[in-house]
Design a protein around this ligand. Structure first.
Ligand SMILES: [Ca+2]
Length: 387
């Protein structure tokens, strides 16, 4: 059940005790029980269709449709499988980008993940380099030579679309204006290119949730920059400075959400095919984090952005005017101005406001991912029994 229908359902259910109480009171004071039953019958006769409509609304799954732009990547893979398993969203395509791996391998890994859970959705291959900046070296020491923690999943027999990622985003969004959202889990090159191809995208995308950037903590690739932003600082400056509904799920936030060994063991046992994959792919990644001094569980970057997309109530956000430094030694620094600065003449003046995450209930994120994977596993087993 979607959030909207759950709201309506909650309100109707919440009103029932009051209605019953009201009727009981009238019945007991007047004693005219038959009159009340007659009234109820008349109500149903007049409003029968309304009741049928409401019941139908409860059972419709109003899933939000989303394209995930991604560089899989161990944490990307967990994020994608989490999104596939969720009842709240429908992933209608993956677009690939360089970052954790090169674009070619990102495309092949996206196809491998689709094979893993037999999801029948398209993959469009994205840009092989940033708009203007120098491409960063690929961090094979973090995600492994295969990008998936060196578990070497078999190559997929599926093929990517003939369209580029930017073309796929434009075609899909423009044929469903106002309905499609984007989750950006890598450098934002494809999204900036899509905007350049079709400026009306800005008013046609439903919303964008992007992972990356640091404000109060050091970056993972420079003292001021996180990998997704330094990967293409010009693209990030464009996407975060466009007048649309965009939220940046900062690494300040995602670093608070950690994957423990116990959590991995549980999803391996109860998370079906996806849980087993997440356990196996995470072992190499976990070793990298341990070697860099992160001992108590590793940071769960991309899945936290998907969690934000599914349930914003676990997070706090603030509105800021965001610029990204595009050259010099602070390249890739996200500078998010508050009202004291964006109301003054300067580089932030007139920049449309974006949201940044400022707090998260980390345990709730991990529980949401775990319960979502478990739910998908239960459905898999139920379907198998039905067959
Ligand atoms: Ca990523």
């Amino acid at each position: 059940m979607g959030n909207a229908s759950r709201d309506v359902f909650g309100r109707v259910i919440g009103a029932v005790p009051q209605m019953v109480h009201h009727m009981q009171k009238r019945v007991s004071t007047s004693g005219k029980i038959f009159e009340e039953i007659e009234k109820l019958t008349r109500f149903l006769a007049h409003r029968g269709w309304t009741v049928v409509f409401l019941l139908a609304a409860f059972s419709i799954d109003a899933k939000e449709r989303v394209i995930i732009d991604t560089d899989p990547g161990v944490d990307d893979s967990q994020a994608i499988l989490f999104a596939f398993a969720s009842d709240e969203i429908e992933v209608i395509g993956l677009t690939s980008i360089f970052g954790n791996v090169d674009t070619g391998l990102a495309t092949r890994n996206a196809l491998r993940l689709i094979d893993l859970v037999d999801a029948n959705i398209p993959v469009a291959s994205g840009s092989v380099r940033p708009l203007y900046a120098k491409k960063l070296p690929t961090p094979t020491f973090v995600h492994g030579e295969d990008g998936l923690g060196e578990i070497w999943l078999p190559e997929s027999s599926r093929a990517a679309l003939d369209l580029t990622a930017a073309e796929f985003i434009v075609d899909t969004v423009m044929s469903n204006p106002g309905e499609i959202s984007l989750i950006a889990l890598g450098p934002m090159t494809n999204i900036a290119l899509a905007l350049a191809l079709e400026p009306r995208l800005a008013t046609s995308v439903k919303r964008i949730v992007a992972m990356g950037g640091v404000l109060a903590v050091p970056g993972n690739v420079s003292p001021v920059a996180s990998a997704n932003i330094l990967g293409d600082p010009h693209a990030a400056d464009i996407v975060l400075g466009t007048n649309w509904d965009v939220t940046l799920v900062l690494a300040d936030t995602t670093r608070q959400v950690k994957v423990s060994d116990e959590w991995l063991e549980r999803v391996r046992k109860h998370g079906g095919i996806s849980g087993d994959f997440i356990y196996r792919a995470s072992q190499f990644y976990r070793k990298f984090y341990r070697s860099s001094g992160v001992l108590e569980g590793f940071y769960n970057h991309d899945p936290t952005a998907v969690a934000f997309f599914i349930d914003e109530s676990i997070f706090s956000t603030e509105k800021r005017a965001i610029r990204v430094v595009t050259d010099g030694m602070s390249i890739g620094d996200v500078v998010a101005a508050g009202p004291a600065h964006y109301k003054q003449p300067g580089p932030w003046y007139g920049i449309p406001l974006a949201s940044v995450t400022t707090a998260v209930e980390a345990d709730k994120v991990m529980r949401l991912i775990e319960s979502t994977l478990e739910g998908a596993e239960i459905r898999e087993n139920f379907d198998a029994v039905q067959r």
